[in-house]
Design a protein around this ligand. Sequence first.
Ligand code: ADP
Ligand code: ZN
Ligand code: ZN
Length: 819
Amino acid sequence: MYERLVAGVYVDQAAYHFDQAFSYLIPEALTKTLTRGCRVLVPFGRGNRKRVGMVAFIRPYDTADKTLKPITSQIDAMPVFGEEEFAIADFLVRTTFCSWFEAVRTILPNAFQFQVTSAFRLAKSYTEEELEAESFAVRTLFAFMTKERPADEVDAFLQADGCPVTKTMFEGYLKEGIILRVEKAQRKRKDHTIRMARLSPDAALLLDELKLTVKQQEVVQFLEDAGTASKEELLYFCAVGESVLKKLETRGILCWYDREVVYAADVSGVEEAVLPTLSAAQQQVYDGVLEMMNEEKAAVALLYGITGSGKTSVYLKLIEETIRRGKQALMLVPEISLTPQIAGRFQAIFGSRVAVMHSNLSVGERMDEYKRIRRGEVSIVVGTRSAVFAPFSDIGLMILDEEAEPSYKSDAAPRYHAREVAKFRILRHRAVLLLGSATPSVESFYKAETGTYRLFTLNERYAAAVLPEVYLINRSEELLSGNTSALGRMLQSEIRHNLDRHEQSILFINRRGFRTAVHCLSCGEVIHCPNCAVPMIYHKDNGYLMCHYCGHSVRYQNHCPSCGSEFLKLTGVGTQHLEEELNTLFPDARILRMDTDTTSAKGAFTEKFAAFAKGEYDILLGTQMIAKGLDFPNVTLVGVLNADSGLYSPDFRGVERTFSLITQVVGRSGRAGKNGRAYLQTEMPDHPVIQFAAQQDYPSFYEDEIESRKALIYPPFCDLCMVHFGALKEQTAKNAASAFLTILKEEAEKLQKPIPLKVLGPLTPGLYRVGGKFRVQVLMKCRMNAAFRRYLHQCLVRAGQDRAFRNVSFYVDCNGDLT
Ligand code: ADP
Ligand code: ZN
Ligand code: ZN
């Protein structure tokens, strides 16, 4: 007789309000091998469909456990979750109000993810004679089912035009057991490859017979012209959704093949394979942080160092010292600045002791890096947001560079901030967390100023390099005097100047596309996305109007969809338009445009940066992605085309973001001895934030901003907790928000000790509709402590059980942007 055991399992896709460790019997065969931290496959819910789960604990069997279902199978031979991972998952669940398995998914790298896939097959095979007497529909179905078919193929088959088999018929056979459902846990596709499309050999024949929709024709036309294209390219240039490609695939017209991508960290062009010698100012920061590390207590430091002051050199030295002491170091950088430049620099200095983790790696590469870390072969990790979960066992130092960057906050569940996870991890490791920035977040600077963090400052550029001269250009005056070009006269002549001297220029504009709005001059309408509350953007590259929120697109036509008038006016300037204007003004210049449209193919981003660094281009123009962290010595001119655009943002961080963006863009110029210039085009040259940014004056900006945060009660003077409600009908979303307000009130009355709380809502955000769903919000200004979390959790559980929330998706976002 074996000892009977029961496992507590957190299950994938469990709704928040009944998320818990569900009990399952451990079958005899697994009693020896199954441990806490292994993933399993379990039957779940009434239909007993299989789901992936994580074993959280194992306990003895009890007579009350008689009705429990057994675990189906064990996925991991060895546990993939250790004590720290469980602690982090618990932290994410408590602080971001996500479900347990959402936390599990986030902590494990992508390559470790399993998904349960369903397929269908016949219980036995049939001969043609056996089927002879059956109807055409039945014979079609059985012919299709001669091999095992994945669920999505079956769906496509049933929905195909002219398919004689109905869904009911299919389900009937499933019920009778003639067709069986097979479920497996499958590792996500490994991809060292990119998916490429081409027309199938039969396409020509099929095209004669089949009638294609306009969008399908578009794709076929494109492939006829181009031969092959990556999936991303097709989606963009044909302005279609994935469903169109899928349809063409099931109709046998388009087929996919995989092209190998060779990713090699580009270590060429890295000059210093040795560590820098620190300047006196840098040494002071280094000594101070080391002093903190010597105390072996969890502590946070903020390094405020102006652009070009050499923060990276300080990081490198500290990391070297950390690993010399036999500890591990983790360095996080924002999504946009993890270029081969940075990765290569680390690799050149620390060799194979570094693992690089970022979203440009293929699933397979990420898996390899993860395994190296777990095996202890690596002592340094450089990576983007999710690298904060790197499975290190003895961390000495964590660094968050550009700590105010929005990309450190996840915008899907769990909606965590890497800084908060880092602060949690250093407690266990008794490590130091170093936050660095030229423009720290107001929240962090406040904590440094008031003594929670230790503050270090570098207020001179390294090697006496001077900050660029900054000039403000008044756009309104320029327009009045008749210059309607996106580029002001000054900027034009400065670019010319740079071209003549063979120095590089960077132009920053925050909108991609060609024109940013289409106005009808007859009825005054602006063409909006039918699913979202935003104007459609005109893309000249593909001739489409596109929605940058949901991806909806329509071919641009010369008449207004509301009134039919042909008097349309395209306004606003995007990257494509600027590129065209530059081509006209400077036909001899080599121009590189970077925005998500030109860099969506894997590896394109890094290749382009490398090319610019090598001097293959004269002008780099682009969006946010070019603004920060880059260090190109030959760049001596920076232009910001619409410096003030962020100031109209409804978010309380809009001002901070504008200041940071301008400061950072300006900081790209004149970094290596050559004097730099920066031109800011603005309609509000007198606005204090523009003035502070032009002078790179963070302290004054901070003084100004902290006052207004205090007056209006925003972080750091409170925490913000936003509950979002989304529904297809506006009224449904509004009703849910109102019902939630009632729940908040009722639960507050039950509390023994009142908690300080200010509730605002229901609020309708400016972007009140996205992807066809209406959005309504409830905002809470609170103190995010244990008492508040328990209270909000209780309210969310009640909402999950309440009828008013049917057909409503809702989630909580803590201290995120108010959009
Ligand atoms: P930040 O990240 O603060 O904007 P960087 O670390 O990129 O600044 O440094 C700016 C420039 O100064 C870089 O070109 C860097 O190589 C150089 N630099 C900084 N510190 C040193 C040092 N101690 N020795 C040699 N070069 C340095
Ligand atoms: Zn009109
Ligand atoms: Zn849209």
